[in-house]
Design a protein around this ligand. Structure first.
Ligand code: AMP
Ligand code: MG
Length: 493
């Protein structure tokens, strides 16, 4: 099936604990990601019953060695020194076709040494949400963990009210988080911290392998920190380009590899409003749409604190070095935002004027209560086929068309490279026709809870080809009406 390795087991034992999946009553395969499986080296696919056995944890996958990973984390700003995989088990890592190590993990597979009061299980709803949204993100070209399989358990999980249970198989570049470093740091374990840095460099930043040496390790730690910072800035800028709100950017959910990790209460914004909060648990709006860069930076400061513990030199020198590195975040993020903006607006790559023009459009969208995805999809259509009809289609999306019409003048001026095929292709890739809208995700989940998986399959097929302008994409991609709108999302753990 897979050729498993167990790289994590070579890390200090304080960072993980052995665990075993708890068998479920009646596993049933919902969906299996054949393309991903083949990229991970799986050649022949067994029948559905066997697959359900493997990906529920009832049947051990040959070569797997289940373990739960330890981590700490700041949850909404409050430090929790011991979190860890309370309902997930790493089965091992495999090499994909590009030669990259990828973790395969079961989530919802029962209690582990880190479960605390929890049951170790996952309800069907959050499993389907993670499957849909993470696969959509991958198709949008945004770094993310992937979904390999989803299985029903034939059991109910005790929530209010009871819900059907499920297990998702998640694939990640790794499950190293900022919180993993915090777990070692808060225990004062310098050896474990150093081992984590070396492992992360080897795995995600091999180009840094020669930075610094045993006599001058600070350069190595700082280079590592800056590399993680770049990936976070890149990631958050891409999220914001498609209106994605992660919803729970706690340090335990920040991947060192720079992938989107943990699809709890996440959601896509519909009508553009910069301070949108959709998660029911984010009462203070800490992780609102426009707070995401500042929160990424806050999380990186927590990583810097861990790394400072293993740097050489007096405290002042270490603080100065780390602070200087962190202070570059805003410039790095601004560059990524400019790149995303230039692509979305069809301007020359990295064009200087892209950010101000984007800000002006955001303002017009906000004033006109315009659906963000629909606006950019219409703008792309106008770029491809300039003319009154496309222009009217776009203006019709706004409740304040004059503001938008003024903005369109500016946009026309800025687009010196009107018919550049390469720029139009970049614009296409930055502006999806369809994203997994909340009401459609909810509709798919509710039907599945009643035993009908058809809406889930239909939505999945549409969101994994987000740039295909088909009738089905337009049907499932239309903004919610006032009645359909979902204003709150729940993480549902
Ligand atoms: P999350 O909100 O998914 O980021 O999880 C936060 C922490 O709670 C992690 O340590 C999880 O492993 C743990 N957790 C969440 N749900 C459960 C559950 N049903 N059983 C045990 N642990 C859980
Ligand atoms: Mg989490």
């Amino acid at each position: 099936m897979f050729t498993f390795h167990h790289r994590y087991a070579e890390l200090p034992a304080m960072l993980w604990a052995d665990g075993e999946p708890t068998p479920v009553a009646a596993p049933g395969l919902i969906v299996f990601n054949t393309a991903l499986a083949s990229d991970l080296g799986m050649e022949a696919q067994p029948d559905d019953a066997r697959m359900a056995g493997y990906f529920s944890g009832n049947q051990p996958l040959p070569g797997a060695r289940p373990m739960a990973l330890a981590y700490a984390g700041h949850q909404f700003g409050n430090f929790v020194p011991k979190l860890g995989d309370g309902r997930a088990l790493l089965l091992g890592d495999v090499f994909d076709h590009q030669g990259h190590r990828r973790d395969i993990q079961l989530k919802g597979s029962g209690r582990t040494p880190f479960s605390r009061g929890g049951d170790g299980r996952a309800p069907l709803g959050p499993v389907l949400r993670e499957y849909l949204v993470s696969e959509a993100m991958a198709a949008l070209g945004i770094p993310t963990t992937r979904a390999l399989a989803a299985v029903t358990t034939g059991e109910r999980v005790m929530r209010m009210p009871a819900e059907p249970g499920a297990v998702i198989t998640r694939v990640a570049a790794s499950h190293l988080r900022v919180g993993t470093f915090q777990f070692a740091a808060v225990r004062g374990d310098h050896e474990a911290l150093k081992a984590l840095v070396e492992h992360a460099i080897e795995r995600h930043y091999p180009e840094l392998a020669r930075e610094g040496n045993d006599e001058a390790p600070n350069a190595r730690y700082l280079a590592f920190f800056e590399a993680v910072m770049h990936r976070q800035a890149y990631l958050v800028a891409r999220w914001m380009g498609v209106g994605f709100i992660h919803g729970v950017m706690n340090t335990d959910n920040v991947s060192i590899a720079g992938e989107t990790l943990d699809y709890g209460p996440c959601a896509f914004m519909e009508a553009f409003a910069s301070n949108t909060v959709l998660s029911s648990i984010d009462e203070g709006g800490r992780y609102a749409f426009d707070q995401q860069p500042a929160m990424a930076r806050w999380n990186l400061a927590r990583l810097a604190e861990c790394l400072m513990m293993v740097m050489d030199g007096d405290e002042k020198a270490r603080v100065d070095e780390a602070t200087a590195a962190l202070s570059r975040f805003d410039a790095v993020f601004a560059r990524e935002r400019r790149n995303v903006s230039a692509d979305k607006l069809g301007l020359e790559a990295a064009s200087e004027g892209a950010t101000p023009l984007m800000e002006a459009l955001e303002d017009a969208m906000q004033r006109g209560r315009m659906d963000m995805t629909a606006t950019f999809a219409a703008l792309y259509r106008l770029a491809v086929e300039p003319g009154d009809e496309r222009r009217r289609d776009l203006l019709a999306l706004s409740e304040a068309p004059q503001a938008l019409s003024d903005w369109l003048e500016r946009w026309q001026h800025a687009r010196v490279t009107d018919h550049d095929a390469e720029r139009l292709a970049a614009m296409r890739r930055a502006n999806p026709v369809i994203i997994p809208r909340n009401h459609r995700v909810h509709e798919a989940i509710h039907a599945a809870e009643d035993g009908d998986f058809q809406p889930f399959y239909a939505l999945l097929s549409a969101v994994i080809q987000p740039f295909e302008d088909t009738p089905e994409a337009r049907r499932l991609g239309t903004p919610a009406t006032a009645d359909e709108r979902v204003r709150r999302t729940f993480c549902g753990t």
